[in-house]
Every structure is written in C-alpha cells, then in structure tokens.
Design a protein. Structure first.
Ligand SMILES: Nc1ncnc2c1ncn2[C@@H]1O[C@H](COP(=O)(O)OP(=O)(O)OP(=O)(O)O)[C@@H](O)[C@H]1O
Ligand SMILES: [Mg+2]
Lengths: 308, 289, 362
C-alpha cells in the first residue's frame, strides 16, 4: 500500500487485511466492516454485558430442562405455599407451592417465543410496506406511507390491549396484538434505506442489465437494509418484552398454568407485603432481560452512529 | 518582512488515531505569517483544514496536535488549554468557513449571531453590541443592515450569508483570519465580491489572512505567498508571482494542468502521482526567534 | 440567482413574514394537517370498529355480556344493525362516535363517555406531574451526557436512563410501594387520597391537588400530594429516561454541525455553544418526543393505575376488561387514540414557534 507511510502502528497479518482502509475486494470490505463493528462492540463494556445477557436468555430458554426441574415449575404443592428462599427453592415458592426459580427459567421460553414470533411478523410486514414505497415512489409511496402513518399514530399498548380483549387472552393473540402495532417503524426504516440506495450506481447498473425489480429488491436492497433493521429490532425487543409482560400482568398473555413473568408478578401482588419475592423476582427477570436487549441495541446504534 | 510575524508555526503535526493505526494528517508543517495574504492550496484531504483548525485549537478528540513552536504574537499556542484558546478565538484569530448555509446557526437571527461575538469579547450590552453589529454589517457592504439583522440564515442568499460570516468573525478585531474555502460554496457571480470584501477588510485593518483553497488560480492571483500541501506536508512555498518557477513536480503538474482562461470550472484535473512524494521531508531545525 | 447579476448589488433578500404567500402557505399547512388528522381518526375508528364488531363471533353478546336480558340483547342488536352490510354498520358506528355516543358501560350502566369524563382528570393529574418531572430533568441530563460523550457523566446518565428504559412499570410500582410505603413509610399508599378526605373538595378541574388549593383545603392537598408523590416519581423517572436518551442523541447530531464549530471559532463559551445554539436547534424533535412521552404516560396508565389503585382512565379500562365490557374498553381506546392524534397535531402546530425554518415550509 502506498499510504502506509502516512499511518504508523498499522496492524499487520489478518487483522491488517481486515482493517485495510483500501480493501481490494468486496468481500474483504464486507468482512472488514463486520470486524470493525465487532471491535467497536468489544470496546463497549455495557454492550458486551447486554450481549451476554441476551445469549444467556437464548441459551436458558433452549435448554431450560438443564437448568431447572420441569415438574417443579408446574406441580402444585399446597403444603409448600409461599416458602421463602432456601437451598431447595432459591427464589422461594409461589401461592400454589411451585418453585419460582423453575418457573422463571421456564418462563424464559414464553418470553423468547413472543419475541421471536413478533420479529418474524414485524420485519417482513415492515419490509413489504417500506420497500415498494421507497423503490417505486409516486402514489404507491403515498398510499403505503399514509397507512403507516395512521398506524404509527395509534396508542400501542392500549390497542394491543383492545385486540387481546376482543380476541381473548392467550400468547398467540398477544403476539398478533403486539405485531399489529409494532410494524410501522420498520416500514419507515425500510423506505428510508431503500431511498438511500435507490439511485446508487450498482442498482442502476443492475437495472440496465435487465434485472427485475423484485430481484433487485431482494438481492440488493434487502441485504443492505438489514443492518439498520437488526439494530432497530434489538432496540425494540425490550419494548416488545415489556408490552408482552404488561399484557401478561393484565391477564391477557399466556394463560395459567404456563409460566409467564408478567402474570407471575400479577399473581404475587396480593402477597407483596409479606412474601415480597413472589412478585418481585419474576419482575426482576423481565427487567434484566429487557436491560440486556437495551444495552446491546444501544451499543449497536452507537456504532452505526459514529460510522455513519 | 522585517516586522515580527503575526503567526509562527514550526513543525506542526496532527495525528488522528484510528483502528488502522494513527493517521498523520499534518506532518511537520512550518510557516510564518505577517500582515499579508498567504494561500494554502492542495487537493482534498491534503490537510489544509486540519492545519487551520490546529492553529485555532479546534481539532476534535481524539486527534492530537504537536508542534515545536506555535506562536501568535506573544502567545504560545502549544501551551494553551481550551480556556486559553477561547480567549484568542474571535478576538485575535478567527475563521470563515466554507458554506454559510451550514456555518450559521439556523435558529438565531444573523444579526444576533454577529452581535453575540461583540458582546462576549467586549462584555458589551445587547444594545451596544447591536449597534456595533449593524456597523459591521454595513462595513461588509450589506445595504439594509437593519433588515438583514432580523433575518434567519435560511432567508438570505449564500453571498449575503458569507458577508455575515465575515462580519461575525471580524467584529472583535482579530489580527488573523483563516478563510477555509470561503467561496467554493458560492455562485460564481458572487465569489469575486466576497473575496473583494475580505481583501478590503484585511488590508484596512492590517490583518494577516490565510486563504485555504484547492483552486490554484484563485490563490495565485489573490495572495502574496502560496504554500502547496500534499499528503499533510508543505511541498512548495513561494511568492505568488514566482509560482511559474516552482520546483516540486506536484506543483508543476498542477500548473501545467491549469484550465484555459474562460473555462468556468477550475477543478484540479487528474495528475499522475509519484509515491515518492509521500516520503517524509526533513523537519525544520533551528530555534524560535 | 442569475449569474449575470450586477456586481455590487446585494443579493435579493426574501420578504419577511407575513406576506400573502406566507399566509396562504400557513393555511395550506393547516388544511393538510386537518386532512391527516381526519384520516388518522378514520383509521382509528375503523380499527375499533373492526375489534368490536368483526372479530367477536357474536358482537351483540360481546357488548352486552352474557348476563344480559333478552330485551337488552335485542335493543343492542337493533342499535348496531347486526344484519346490515358491514360498511353500513361502520357508517352508523362512525356517526354515533362523532356524536359522542360510545355506548353504555355494563358495569356502571352510564354512558361510556360520561364515565371517562369522570375518571380522566385523575389520569391527567398523574401524567402531567410525571411529564414535568421527566422533562425538567431529562433535557438537561441528556445535554450533559452529549457534551461529555464517552466520559463518566455520559456513561452514568446513559446507564441510568437505560435502567429506566428497561423496567416494567408495574414491577417498579410494586417495588416502590413495598419499599417506600410498606417498609419505610415515607409516602402514602395506593389510591388518590385517604378515605377520610374523600368528597371534601368539590371537583372543579377534577385534579385533587389543584382543587384543594383552590378551595384552601390544605390538609386535603398534603394528603393528595402524599399519595401522588410515589407514582409521579416513578413515572417521572421513566419519562426522564426516555427524554434524556433522545435529547442526548439529538444533541450529538447537532454538536457535529458546522455552525457549532463556527460558534466556537468566534470564541463563544461552551455554555452558550451548547445550551443556546445547539439546544436551540433540537426543539422540534424534542417536542415530538415530549408529546410521545405524554402519550405513553396516558396509555401506560392501564398498568400504573392498576398497581396504585389510582381511579383514572387506566383503572377504568382494566376493570372493564375483566368484566368483558367491550364498549368501555373500545371507548377508552378511542379516547386515548384521539388524544394521541391531538398530541401529534399539537406538536405540528408548535414547530413554527420554535423553528424559523418551519414557518415557511410549503
Ligand atoms: N476528525 C477526524 N478524524 C479522523 N481523520 C480526520 C478527521 N478530520 C480530518 N481527517 C483526515 O485528515 C485528512 C486531512 O483532512 P483535511 O480536512 O484537513 O483536508 P483538506 O485539505 O481540508 O481537504 P478538503 O479540500 O477536502 O477540505 C483527511 O484525510 C481526513 O480524512
Ligand atoms: Mg478542508
């Protein structure tokens, strides 16, 4: 490289290759970008904490039986009601004598399911509304964005509540209710991303080569929009978890006896003054998990801010 | 050049640390400035703005500035902290930037922006500052200062904005003005006016001017002396009227590539670059005067 | 501008506000605003209509509840025109809503709108105090974080607001009650006021703290304040978390701008650069954020009021929810939705006051 003269202490070897400010190929550039992002993230202790929490959630949810006894989470032992913390019950027991620790562990599955399902609905819907709006412009843009704006102006929790109330309580309905109010920002984002790439040379070149609109959208624009969608999703996760927990707290989420953190807080309320752990421990779980997503998302966004 | 220089810079170095090593944006730049007009030319990224900002103490973190000597009259700039620099900025050394669209605060009337400089440096009342600002606006040939005073940046044209910018920077009477591409965002028709106003102000107040540009023709016709920068170093330094005798191949390349007169866009054309030009030049030696 | 303009003539300056064109553009802006408000309102009613009349298998039953008499059932069935085509039903629904007829609540047997007018001030009282706390603390902290980017004040403020951002409000409320009411006894417990102070002051604004001051009943005031302080602090903290975080990111955007460099180059002190110039430029997005915060305080009321037994709109909706009182739930949704739309509109109206650029936009 001719410019080496201007830089001192530049890394060499594979790091040098990854961090080269004048990459020789597209793949090198792409890998380099990811590597830089990783370096930036690693420097941010809070973001790394968030990443660890999120990974831990996923791990615990997937392998819940390794961490706790399934029976202890479900079996009612009325003689063991409202026991304080002990070796047998690290977080105590609830009003039906079930082990709170085990219920928190298995509750992570409910949380992860909701989060995953909402993401699976919200991102495609957002893309489906935003991509055509940005790509084609004109009246398509006007109509789609008008629709998005209308949904954006709705009160999210209350609408989710009304939906859940009409559809009946249950985890599927909670997911639908949350998704219905969570997609508009993704449509806006996808549109904005599409607009920034719409007139890039390589897109117009692909168009000239006769690639179909659909093909360009899916092979070029979708991958380019993904980083910001992922950041947005990470930042939204906490909100989704809190909304889901809120619905659960109001009795509109997962139904008994399946463990759901919000519902656990709600049923522990009446024992708050004497058996504080029944209500507060599941709430702590909600808090820690949503904090994890927030820390991670915040770190990711900071990264994209300073690079942008 | 018998009077002591207004500004003396010896072996100025600016480094921006990054993931891929420390980037040396400015390498051992040395020059001095008297009551004259000094041009700095060079292509994009050659370190012109960085040089100007380093003199004003405006290099953002984590950038580092070092120099063997940097002196503004009796003030040693290498020793100053942020507070010390702040007392100099606007009062003894000021800067006009490229595009008034971005360099004026969009939500404050332009008059108030001029007046606040006066207010801060002279501890004056708003009333006195306003009077001074109106005078200053008139001095940069704004016809109806009262009206312009009350307008917001988006309501005035680029040429007008740049006059306001000049007024705002000169109202506290600095000795040195750094103009960083002051006309490149302007319509061709008003570029000459703005330069003429700047020239008039600098001459009548006996100031020193550093004009940063990538337009060699503009700089050579407007300035007394020219520095040519390439990749963070000064590769050529000569009087403007001796530019035809320049020796560095980069400068020569620039000269031969100058577009014909009457060719409107005077941008730097493609040059063949020699990797050898990047090599470190010897640093200045000797003690400060 | 033409390139042949005479040499010394100052460039043309746009005429100052207000001109005929300026007034016309302001009118156009208002017209467009009203159009979008109307459209959003239509969308909102469509959704509530959909929830109330399309999703339930038997919408009449959903409204009257399964304990209703045959007569009530028939009356409601006739009222919503259960056998009519959907568009006609929607039209009727829309007309009734526009006339303020949200139906009758099953639990209270009052018209839903009347119930809401009764409970809304309690919600407002809490939300307004929380918003004040959140804004007065959040904006300065956000600015402070941005100007100290990467250093400890930034880290501390960022972390503090991330904590708030991540807490389930109902849980924080319970922990607060446990700690400050049950254990420490610093504040009064759930509810708006002690029973012994009930009905002493006649409602004027419906907000007890204000009404009691008007009436000069200071005992009532202090008691109400004792009840208000915990929920208001908790909601204030959560609002502050959001506002501080957004302020920080807006400020970071401004501090990168050229004019900030120019302001520093002319020697302005940091205080002026930051708090006058940079902060002056973020009011437009900041007002949107504050409006959004207010909106989320209103809808979050469903949770907070449940925890604090605060007799406002949220508690009303929650109780309706549990008694399958669909009219009341949808009525509450509509009211909060309309407040949302109104907040959006309000911030559009305020923009020109804080940003000269917004005054002349087409
Ligand atoms: N804050 C910064 N951080 C890292 N690198 C920087 C920073 N500011 C400038 N640079 C780098 O320093 C070099 C010199 O920049 P500078 O702005 O001084 O160039 P210039 O000669 O003014 O160019 P132009 O004509 O484009 O204004 C560039 O390569 C630039 O990328
Ligand atoms: Mg520059």
């Amino acid at each position: 490289m001719s410019a080496t003269n201007l830089r001192i202490g530049a890394p060499t070897g594979w790091r040098g290759w990854l961090l080269d400010s004048a990459p020789a190929s597209r793949n090198q550039a792409r890998l380099g970008r990811w590597y830089r992002a990783w370096l930036g993230l690693r420097r941010n202790g809070l973001a790394m904490t968030g990443l660890v929490i999120v990974l831990a959630l996923v791990f615990v949810a997937l392998f819940a039986p390794l961490f706790a006894n399934h029976a202890a989470a479900y079996t009612q032992t009325l003689t063991d009601r409202l026991q304080p913390m002990s070796w047998a019950h690290p977080f105590g027991t609830d009003e039906l004598g079930r082990d709170i620790y085990a219920r928190v562990v298995f509750g992570s599955r409910t949380t992860l399911t909701i989060v995953a399902l909402v993401s699976l609905i919200v991102v495609p819907v957002g893309l489906a509304m935003g991509l055509p709006a940005g790509y084609f412009g004109g009246w398509i843009d006007a109509v789609l964005m008008r629709l998005t704006d209308i949904f954006l102006a709705f009160p999210r929790l209350v609408l989710a509540l009304a939906f859940a109330a009409a559809l009946g309580p249950g985890i599927e309905n909670a997911v639908i209710a949350i998704s219905l109010t969570a997609w508009p920002p993704y449509a806006r984002l996808a549109r904005a991303e599409t607009l920034t790439w719409r007139h890039a040379e390589f897109i117009e070149a692909a168009e000239l080569q006769g690639a179909s609109h659909l093909r360009i959208l899916f092979t070029q624009i979708v991958p380019l929009s993904m980083p910001s969608v992922i950041i947005r999703l990470t930042l939204d996760m906490a909100g989704i978890i809190l909304t889901a927990a809120g619905l659960g707290f109001l009795g509109l989420g997962a139904q008994p006896p399946s463990p759901e953190w919000g519902a656990m807080v709600s049923s522990g309320r009446q024992y708050l003054l004497d058996q504080w752990w029944v209500a507060t421990i599941p709430g702590l779980a909600i808090f820690v998990v949503s904090l994890g997503f927030n820390l991670l998302g915040d770190g990711l966004r900071d990264l994209s801010d300073s690079r942008g | 050049m018998t009077a002591p220089p207004l500004l003396e810079v010896r072996n100025l170095r600016v480094v921006y640390p990054g993931d891929d090593g420390d980037f040396r944006a400015v390498r051992n730049v040395s020059f001095s400035l008297g009551r004259e007009r000094l041009g700095i030319v060079g292509e994009s990224g050659s370190g012109k703005s960085t040089t100007g900002r380093a003199i004003m103490g405006l290099i953002p973190r984590p950038g580092r500035v070092e120099a063997d000597a940097m002196r503004l009259g009796d003030a040693d700039l290498t020793r100053l902290n942020e507070r010390g620099f702040r007392r100099l900025r606007g009062k003894r050394i000021a800067m006009v930037m490229q595009d008034p669209k971005f360099s004026l605060d969009p939500v404050m009337t332009v008059g108030k922006q001029v007046a606040e400089t006066h207010r801060y440096h002279f501890r004056s009342s708003w009333k006195a500052a306003r009077t001074a600002a109106l005078e200053m606006l008139e001095a940069v040939h704004i016809r109806d200062p009262e009206r312009v005073y009350a307008q917001y940046p988006h309501q005035i044209s680029g040429g007008m904005g740049q006059r306001v910018m000049i007024a705002m920077m000169l109202i506290a009477g600095p000795e040195i003005l750094i103009a960083d591409e002051p006309t490149s965002a302007l319509d061709v028709s008003v570029q000459q006016q703005v330069l003429a106003i700047m020239d008039e102000m600098v001459r009548s107040r006996g100031m020193g001017l550093i004009l940063i540009s990538h337009n060699l023709r503009l700089v050579s016709s407007f300035c007394d002396r020219v520095l040519v920068m390439y990749a963070g170093q000064i590769v050529e330094s000569c009087r403007a009227n001796r530019l035809h005798a320049a020796t560095h191949p980069y400068t020569r390349g620039l000269l031969t590539a100058l577009p014909e007169l009457g060719n409107r866009r005077a941008e730097l054309p493609q040059l063949r670059r020699d990797p050898e030009w990047l090599a470190d030049l010897p640093a200045q030696v000797g003690t400060a005067p | 501008m033409s390139a042949s303009g005479a040499a010394a003539r100052p460039s043309p300056v746009r005429r100052p506000f207000p001109t005929a064109a300026g007034v016309a553009s302001a009118l156009r802006r208002i017209a467009r605003l009203l159009g979008s408000v109307a459209l959003t309102f239509l969308g909102l009613t469509l959704v509530t209509f959909f929830i109330g009349r399309v999703i339930p298998i038997d919408p009449v039953l959903a409204i009257v509840g399964d304990k209703a008499s045959k007569a009530t059932y028939d009356k409601v069935a006739e009222q919503i025109g259960i056998n009519l085509p959907l568009p006609v039903q929607y039209w009727r629904y829309l007309m009734r809503v526009l006339h303020g007829d949200f139906g009758t609540s099953i639990i209270t047997a009052h018209p839903v709108l009347q119930d809401m007018a009764h409970v809304f001030p309690a919600t407002m009282e809490l939300a307004v105090v929380a918003l004040l706390v959140g804004t007065l603390l959040g904006v300065p902290l956000g600015v402070l974080a941005a100007t100290n980017r990467g250093r400890w004040p930034d880290q501390a403020i960022r972390f503090g607001s991330l904590l708030g951002y991540s807490m389930p409000v109902f849980w924080l409320g319970l922990v607060g009650l446990l700690l400050f009411y049950a254990r420490l006894g610093w504040v009064d417990g759930p509810g708006r006021i002690d029973v012994s102070f009930d009905d002493i002051v006649t409602p004027i604004t419906g907000m007890i703290t204000i009404d009691s001051l008007i009436a000069g009943e200071y005992d009532v005031f202090w008691n109400a304040l004792g009840h208000l302080i915990l929920p208001a602090s908790i909601l204030g903290y959560l609002s502050m978390a959001y506002i501080a975080r957004m302020t920080r990111s807006f400020m970071l955007g401004q501090l990168r701008q050229e004019y900030v460099l120019a302001t520093r180059a002319k020697g302005m002190p940091p205080f002026r650069v930051v708090w006058v110039h940079a902060l002056g430029n973020i009011w437009v997005p900041l007002i949107t954020v504050i409006a959004l915060t207010f909106g989320s305080l209103l809808e979050g009321a469903v949770l907070t009021e449940t925890v604090f037994a605060w007799p406002g709109l949220g508690l009303y909706m929650k109780n309706s929810l549990f008694n399958a009182d669909l009219n009341a739930v949808l009525g509450g949704t509509l009211v909060i939705g309309v407040v949302y739309i109104f907040l959006n509109m309000l911030s559009d109206v305020i923009y020109p006051l804080v940003d000269p650029r917004a005054r002349e936009r087409r």
